[in-house]
Design a protein around this ligand. Structure first.
Ligand SMILES: Nc1ncnc2c1ncn2[C@@H]1O[C@H](COP(=O)(O)OP(=O)(O)O)[C@@H](O)[C@H]1O
Ligand SMILES: [Mg+2]
Length: 353
């Protein structure tokens, strides 16, 4: 049985007769025939594992054209006490665990993106965009779980190979690894916000927006709190990643509605907090010198209601002394930059300072 998603209005899934030696390519051809899809070559099969409640927390792996889906299906864990009653046309005659299934997916490199590009550097962004969407699967793995031979060395080599091609994000299942590029990639513009909305994790190349989207969708579906933990050494990109997550979470909230303005307040609070709590260090020009717990609250309809930021352990000693080649908190430099020449000349009033 292959789930066809939005490709058919009539069927959720199609039953295909297949043997252990039927290839994925043959099954895709067969479905294309049944659904009268002309561009059948643009599709491939994916093996999808959903979480227990059949929701959208999925992991999936694309099948190569020459893989044998029936043989794969025989490896799926079987649901206890569920022996075949013929199944629903199940391939191989066994009813497999409910949370495993095959889905038809559009091949990524042949996706036909039709947006209107209005910026002056359209071509640059479009080229980058298409290159980003095309991620080779034979040498680089977008999900480390797919590595045929998983050792520390193969893991690092894979991350490096991806990084060298400009792919800074890699999944490990539902975890995202971000390697700080220290340069700007045009992968955070509104086109990407739109692209990553309501997609399953793993459906598109790894991206920080996919993580925000998965948490948002899971919150709406399960009606329970979701948590994203960001961890890494100083300068690894935690603060930037947090800002990108907030950016996407607030963009999702504004979808289809007129934002209440609270989204802008949440995003606007970032630079103010950073002025008082971030400073230049040897490792990072914008190092956060405090810990943060950010809680974004939503209304029932998925619109942002407000946010609470708790701070921990601000490095207070920095206010009175800093080690060589480090600086005090940004806010003091901002004050000086904004002061008139006369203000700068005047000594600080000790009684008011
Ligand atoms: N995704 C990214 N793209 C481009 N540059 C980044 C990215 N993440 C981090 N950086 C760069 O690295 C610097 C340090 O990142 P930051 O988030 O402040 O690290 P951390 O909070 O982990 O100490 C940033 O000022 C920025 O220049
Ligand atoms: Mg930081």
């Amino acid at each position: 049985q292959v789930y066809v998603g939005s490709l058919s209005r009539l069927y959720e899934a199609l039953s295909i007769e297949a043997s252990k030696t039927t290839t994925a390519e043959e099954i895709v051809d067969c479905i294309a025939d049944k659904l009268l899809i002309k561009d059948g070559v643009c599709y491939e099969l994916a093996e999808v594992m959903a979480d227990g409640d059949g929701g959208q927390d999925c992991k999936e792996r694309r099948l190569g054209p020459q893989e044998f889906p029936v043989s794969l299906q025989l490896l799926w864990p079987k649901r206890e006490g569920s022996h075949a009653k013929g199944g629903v046309g199940g391939v191989g005659g066994l009813v497999s665990a409910q949370n495993y299934k095959f889905c038809l997916r559009r091949k990524m490199q042949t996706m036909n993106w039709s947006w209107s590009w209005t910026d002056s550097n359209d071509k640059l962004i479009r080229d980058y965009f298409l290159r980003f969407l095309y991620q080779p699967r034979d040498r680089e793995y977008p999900d480390l779980c797919q590595l045929p031979d998983l050792t520390e060395q193969t893991l690092l080599e894979n991350l490096k190979a991806r990084f060298d091609k400009g792919h800074i994000y890699t999944y490990v299942g539902s975890i995202l690894i971000a390697v700080n590029p220290f340069k700007f990639y045009p992968i955070y513009n509104p086109k990407y916000v739109q692209l990553y909305q309501s997609r399953r994790l793993g459906e598109l190349p790894p991206h920080i927006f996919a993580i925000a989207d998965a948490a948002y969708q899971a919150m709406l579906r399960k009606r329970s709190n979701q948590c994203i933990v960001i961890s890494g050494e100083s300068g690894s990109g935690k603060t930037e990643s947090t800002n990108l997550l907030l950016h996407h979470l607030t963009a999702l909230s504004q979808k289809g509605t007129h934002g209440s303005g609270v989204e802008q307040t949440i995003l606007g609070a970032g630079p103010v907090l950073e002025a008082f709590g971030n400073a230049k260090t040897k490792h990072n020009n914008n190092s956060s010198r405090f810990g943060k717990f950010i809680q974004v609250n939503y209304k029932e309809n998925g619109a942002v209601h407000g946010a609470v930021v708790q701070k921990y352990l601000l490095e207070k000693s920095r206010i009175v002394s800093q080690v060589k080649s480090e600086r005090n908190y940004h806010v003091f430099y901002y004050l000086l930059a904004g002061a008139t020449p006369i203000d700068k000349e005047e000594p600080l009033d000790q009684t008011n300072s």
